[in-house]
Design a protein around this ligand. Sequence first.
Ligand code: PAF
Length: 284
Amino acid sequence: MKKALKTFSDPQKLQKWCAARREAGARIALVPTMGYLHEGHLSLIAAARKKGADEIVVSVFVNPVQFGPNEDYEKYPRDEKADLAKCRAAGATAVFFPTPANMYLDGYSTYITEETLAAGLCGARRPGHFRGVCTVVAKLFNIVHPHLAVFGQKDFQQAAVIKRMVRDLNFDVQIVVSPIVREPSGLARSSRNTYLSDDERTRAVALSQALRLAKADVAAEGSVPWRACRAKIVKMLEKAGLTVDYVEAVDSETLAPVKTLAKGVAVLLAVWCGKTRLIDNIEL
Ligand code: PAF
């Protein structure tokens, strides 16, 4: 029988409830999100269920600290009512809707910085972004004290940074990374896809096509010089009218740049599609 869905906005109340459930022997999973849930998020809830979680806590919080001053914090899509219904249908057992004021009390001044994996790629283009992500995720870990936490592979660098933070700071939590969920066109699901016009949505399909090109090159040749493959990818993205922010091939654990595409390498890209910044990746 499905459990009733609990909702919390007060971090202390959620913390108390989670501690009692843990004490009673429940296995707790955390699914951190910024809301406006789509099938990608629902797959994270499903992954938590598959891992045997008794309580699945979904946090829905547009975290102001991970947005730069000229980014889309204000316009980021929000729909609490729909999120609640989707969490209920997906089998979550608790939803946490904190407010910025109760997550960041007056005079808040403590942040977490991962200094290596967060330095390049999105970290270089969005200064302070991963500091904000690590800080809020660490706070959520301390509030929920989950046995496991599920993140999407779509945010490849974010997952790597969080795994490193967990290792470095001895957080007692298993990190599960769940595969990217794509639209039938190949476009990776993202709450920011709602910003795209029909024409932009069509052009954005080039992201996944470009990544498939890298995969096909490696499948055909085993290992491939990155320079040549990168040039083909950039050409393909630009032909679709996208503006490249970065296209990089990195070691999938260390995120160090590589010169040859082969197994164990991830290709990560970020592009501007009109005014919307989209990211995608593939692990070879
Ligand atoms: O991936 C996201 O939606 C956010 O970065 C996260 C992990 C929920 C932290 O705000």
